[in-house]
Write a protein that binds this ligand. Structure first.
Ligand SMILES: [Zn+2]
Length: 451
């Protein structure tokens, strides 16, 4: 073949190559933009995350604009490496971009706005400007705390006791309730059904500070927190202490099997008892809080006072501090957050009030244990049973038989360990057994308020 022919072939190949190249550079697929579906600008601002991808020509530029009543302004502009001839760098086909939006810096008023995010690639389309993508994101600017108005008045609360707060909200909230020191008690719709009216049962824990801070708080979806001080007088109480001498046979018979099941040290009797009384107890308390927090009942199931186990004698009172010793040596300490009630052995155990069974199984130191949710954050616990006759999810009436008494778990003999909880706090059951207290402290607050 002549040299001229080779030249023609070279030109044809070159033109073909250029043609393919041009077609590639004229690709029409726009950059892919992924970002938040909506932006809620509260007091803490919002971290906007944008992911940009373009695998044909590569990302070229990104622009973020804010549109509000005052007009449109650019918040960020970014260009990515590349050139018109060859396109973007192959390693730069994915871009990650973050932009912190602060309502104070942006001086954007409360209300709605729009973020317009646009991107271009290095394609030759659109007169070499590139393919364009655009997203419009709705923005809610909310920097005002929700309004909370107290409905219930001054309340006297005993340390270790319960109370109810009734309040009205000015807007829908993400979370509202009562905060005692740093413990939060969620609010629920008020039983009257009145819109925006809420009720929260709360407690002054035995361990609360001397004069605990008690506040009704409401947090909206933007993170604004509104709060009002709850007018309360906390009445101090002295809790009993008791000295309990445990023998080695008790440790061997009762504590060692519990330690064994829980994978705790078992050998030295003092260490065994300590592990069960402190580490296992701690784990069991965590389980109780978790079970109660899973799906708390928002409607009130109980009416009037709780019923004490029929025919039972009180053996041990609420929040007594127990000091345990072994062969005269102190080994462990624990506060007893319930009532020990003794009846006949294997006595039927009845529910203190109506509710829903949330837990019914073996639970370490509590042995066979039943937890009943009575609604609005109020629940009761029945421990050391020999037999359980209910299942989680069972809706029960007050007085329903939950099982039979026994001595399972960390118990010396057949008795019922009974406890009442408000939120995750053990409270004194005496109040809930007292019809007068329930009427004057709780029932009045669950009736429709006088306007
Ligand atoms: Zn007990």
């Amino acid at each position: 073949m002549k040299r001229g022919a080779w030249g023609v072939i070279a030109v044809v190949i070159a033109l073909a190559g250029l043609g393919i190249f041009s077609v590639q550079r004229l690709e029409g697929s726009a950059p892919i933009l992924v970002t938040d579906e909506k932006v809620v600008l509260g007091p803490k601002g919002w971290n906007l995350i944008i992911d940009l991808e373009d695998h044909d020509s590569g990302p070229r530029s990104l622009q973020v604009r804010l549109l509000d009543q005052s007009g449109s302004r650019s918040l960020a502009e970014k260009s990515f490496p590349g050139g018109s001839l060859a396109g973007g760098d192959s390693e730069a086909s994915r871009q990650h971009f973050e932009l912190h939006l602060d309502p104070a810096d942006l001086r954007v008023p409360d209300g709605t706005a729009t973020l317009v995010i646009s991107a271009r690639d290095w394609s030759w389309r659109d007169g070499f400007a590139g393919n364009r993508s655009e997203l419009s994101i709705p923005v809610l600017v909310d920097t005002r705390p929700p309004q909370v108005a107290l409905v219930s008045g001054l309340t006297y609360i005993k340390r270790g006791g319960s109370a109810a707060a009734v309040y009205r909200l000015g807007e829908a909230t993400a979370q509202d309730g009562v905060r005692v020191d740093d413990i939060f008690y969620p609010g629920f719709p008020h039983p009257s059904g009145e819109e925006d009216l809420r009720v929260a049962l709360f407690a002054v824990p035995v361990e609360a500070s001397e004069q605990p801070s008690i506040r009704v708080v409401a947090v909206d979806s933007a993170g604004n927190e509104g709060q009002v001080r709850f007018p309360a007088r906390v009445q101090q109480r002295i809790f009993q202490q008791s000295e309990i001498e445990i023998g080695e046979p008790f440790v061997e018979r009762v504590a060692t099997p519990l330690a064994h099941t829980a994978g705790l040290p078992e050998g030295d009797p003092a260490e065994t008892f300590q592990g069960v009384n402190e580490i296992l107890r701690g784990r069991n308390e965590t389980t109780i809080r978790e079970e109660l927090a899973k799906a708390p009942l928002g409607d009130r199931r109980w009416t009037g006072a709780f019923r004490q186990l029929p025919g039972s004698a009180v053996m041990s009172r609420f929040a007594e501090l127990r000091n345990y010793s072994l062969a005269g040596q102190p080994v462990s300490q624990a506060r007893h957050y319930g009532f020990d009630l003794a009846s006949t052995a294997h006595a039927p155990i009845t529910a203190a009030a109506a509710g829903r069974v949330v837990f019914a199984e073996d639970l370490g130191i509590y042995g066979l244990c039943v937890l009943v949710d009575h609604g609005l954050g109020l629940s009761s616990l029945y421990a050391h049973l020999s037999e359980i006759d209910v299942e989680p999810g069972d809706d029960i009436e007050g007085g329903a038989i939950l099982g039979h008494s026994g001595a399972t778990g960390l118990a010396g003999g057949d008795h019922l360990h009974f406890a009442v909880l408000v939120g995750g706090t053990y409270v004194n059951p005496m109040e809930w057994w007292d019809p007068k207290w329930v009427r004057s402290h709780i029932d009045v607050r669950l009736k429709p308020p006088r306007s």
